[in-house]
Design a protein around this ligand. Structure first.
Ligand code: ATP
Ligand code: MG
Length: 570
């Protein structure tokens, strides 16, 4: 492809609108342009990268036996009312009415549409299992669209839905999709990790997110360098603490005045103990019942873990009035001693503490040397601490590390949530009617392109992994006014294309400096230069974008050498 016949409006300056590197580089490399908040046009170069990602996804999904379909974007409200998501989805759902005043939405995901299709077409166990997928545009009115393609309001997604006869079947489908996703992201040349994820209100323990590791990621992950356990922070478990040998004797409880000392830091400084010797008592309201949560002073609560543990629909901190009513003391001085009739959930990490400090359920007062059993009983123990760097891995006890990631894919075992709500049933071998068991699987296509750049760039621009590079090779002709150089270049383009290599030919009448800069910005894995001293020697110059490694090859061998190189580099 000749650059003079192409549209790559590169920018010298960093656009003010861009907050993250991928967004900045995609704008500067002329790949995308913003139309409105969270809405982008792909220019030819950007669209080529997207198409490469889509191609890898399509190949692997087909190989896994999934069937490609194309479902409508416009989705009638009746289907969403059947699953109660018309109300539950809230403001993120883009709603509209047709000329007859009938409600529709622009699909943010397609469980309703696909389940409706399957309930009409699938009647017998002989038709199962089935996995239907599509690559299509989704609409979500995100509260904070940002970072270019990362969080758009209109964005590309590959979504797949599996339909199985039973639990065993869905586990198999899930495992197949898990492996397929692993292959897809490997083939995109990405450094990623599959992490255990919170399955949210849908429940069940089967949910993994595929995270591209990058400092700018919006998600926090806990990763165990020992055994490879990895989980989203929302979900990450922590190993149970080990009992300390030779623990202190229980000392008598003392009541201490702590005037004006409210925070953990203030109280522990005032009482001259470490924050880890303090047990804070947080009062929460879970579906209208008050629960007291005990947590070590220097630890933070993970509300998602608590919510899942309690199986609560709604969870939030209790109001000051409620706290006063339940504990008899003001906010900030709650404690478990004498808290009769209240469910006390103690975090596992405080199980072996002795002689600790708690609030006394009275203003400006704390209790010192409090102990479990003697002074109060926890109703139950649960892992509700927000995992942090250094916490012991739940599998192998090695210290976990905290890293950032970008969620590019999500696999999910749905069970019968949608099939029950919409009546998607089949007849088994004994002519008994059963609910179809479902799974769903998403990959953000645009977000994957952006994540690839987030992970692969340097100060000069993008460094494309070969499999998703919009062009694998950029060919620079140094002086386009020299006919011989143009002829040699054209010949090379033909030879590369014959070998199936995507090549962008910079045939612009520009200074070499401009061409080199644009080539680095656009980030094709291999750059070839024709012109200058090497040409006089009958050679062309080859440079690998990622390593900067340079070599030369006789003109007649250039195409073969470049093809070889592309097979070797990442
Ligand atoms: P997030 O937590 O980032 O909002 P999600 O859990 O809402 O993601 P899913 O519903 O699981 O996302 O969608 C499947 C995939 O679609 C995600 O893994 C992500 O790659 C992509 N995706 C989701 N929302 C957006 C968006 N607003 N812009 C671009 N891609 C998105
Ligand atoms: Mg979302």
């Amino acid at each position: 492809m000749r650059l003079t016949a192409y549209l790559i409006p590169t920018l010298r300056e960093d656009p003010a609108e861009a907050e993250v590197i991928s967004h900045r580089l995609m704008l500067r490399a002329g790949m995308i342009r913003r139309v409105a908040a969270g809405i982008y046009s792909y220019l030819p170069l950007g669209y080529r990268a997207l198409r490469k990602v889509e191609g890898i996804i399509r190949r692997e999904m087909d190989r896994a036996g999934a069937l490609e379909v194309f479902l409508p974007v416009l989705s009638p409200a009746e289907l969403w009312r059947e699953t109660r998501r018309w109300d539950a989805y809230g403001k993120e759902l883009m709603r509209m009415q047709d000329r007859h005043g009938r409600d529709f939405c622009l699909g943010p995901t397609h469980e309703e549409i696909v389940t409706d299709l399957v309930r009409r077409e699938v009647k017998s166990w002989r038709q199962l299992p089935l996995n239907l997928y599509q690559i299509q545009t989704k609409f979500r009115d995100e509260i904070r669209p940002r970072f270019g393609l990362m969080r758009g309001r209109e964005f590309g997604m590959k979504d797949a839905y599996s339909f199985d006869r039973d639990e065993e079947g869905v586990q198999k489908s899930y495992a197949t999709m898990f492996e397929t996703y692993t292959r897809i992201f490997e083939q995109c040349g990405l450094n990623f990790k599959a992490v255990e994820a919170d399955s949210g209100p849908i429940g069940g323990s089967f949910s993994h997110e595929f995270m591209v590791l990058a400092e700018t990621g919006e998600d926090l992950l806990l990763n165990c360098p020992g055994c490879g356990y990895a989980a989203n922070l929302e979900k990450a478990e922590i190993a149970l603490p080990e009992e300390q040998a030779g623990a202190e004797e229980h000392r008598p409880v003392e009541r201490k005045e702590t005037p004006g000392q409210r925070t953990v830091e203030e109280v522990s400084a005032f009482l001259e103990c470490g924050p880890s010797q303090l047990v804070k008592t947080l009062l929460y309201e879970a579906d209208d019942t008050v629960v007291a949560v005990l947590l070590r002073g220097d630890h933070q609560l993970n509300e998602t873990k608590l919510k899942n543990y309690l199986g609560a629909g709604a969870l939030g901190p209790a109001s000051p009035e409620k706290i006063e009513k339940v504990t008899g003391g003001p906010t900030g001085f709650s404690g478990p001693v004498g808290l009769d009739g209240v469910r006390i959930v103690a975090d596992e990490q405080v199980r072996h503490l002795v002689n600790f400090v708690t609030g006394a359920n009275a203003a400006d007062t704390h209790l010192v040397n409090v102990n479990f059993g003697r002074d109060f009983a926890a109703s139950e123990w649960a892992d509700v601490k927000a995992a942090d760097a250094g916490d012991p891995c739940p599998r192998c006890r090695a210290a976990m590390e905290k890293v950032r990631g970008i969620e590019v894919g999500h696999v999910f075992k749905l069970g019968t949530k949608y099939s029950d709500a919409m009546g998607a049933r089949y007849l088994d071998e004994n002519s008994e009617e059963k609910s179809i068991v479902m799974g769903c699987y998403g990959i953000g296509t645009g977000r994957t392109v952006a994540a690839a750049i987030e992970q692969n760039h340097d100060g000069d621009g993008i460094i494309w992994p070969v499999p998703i590079a919009p062009f694998e090779v950029v060919l620079l002709t140094l002086n386009v006014r020299e006919q011989v150089l143009m002829e040699a270049s054209e010949k090379l383009v033909g030879e590369l294309e014959d070998r199936g290599v995507d090549v962008l030919w910079d045939d612009r009448d520009e200074r070499p400096g401009v061409k080199f800069k644009d080539a680095d910005l656009i980030g094709c894995p291999v750059r070839v230069v024709i012109g200058g001293k090497s040409y006089k020697r009958g050679e062309g110059e080859i440079r690998i974008r990622r390593t900067g490694e340079q070599s030369a090859a006789p003109l007649g061998q250039l195409a073969a050498r470049v093809e070889d190189l592309l097979g070797q580099i990442q």
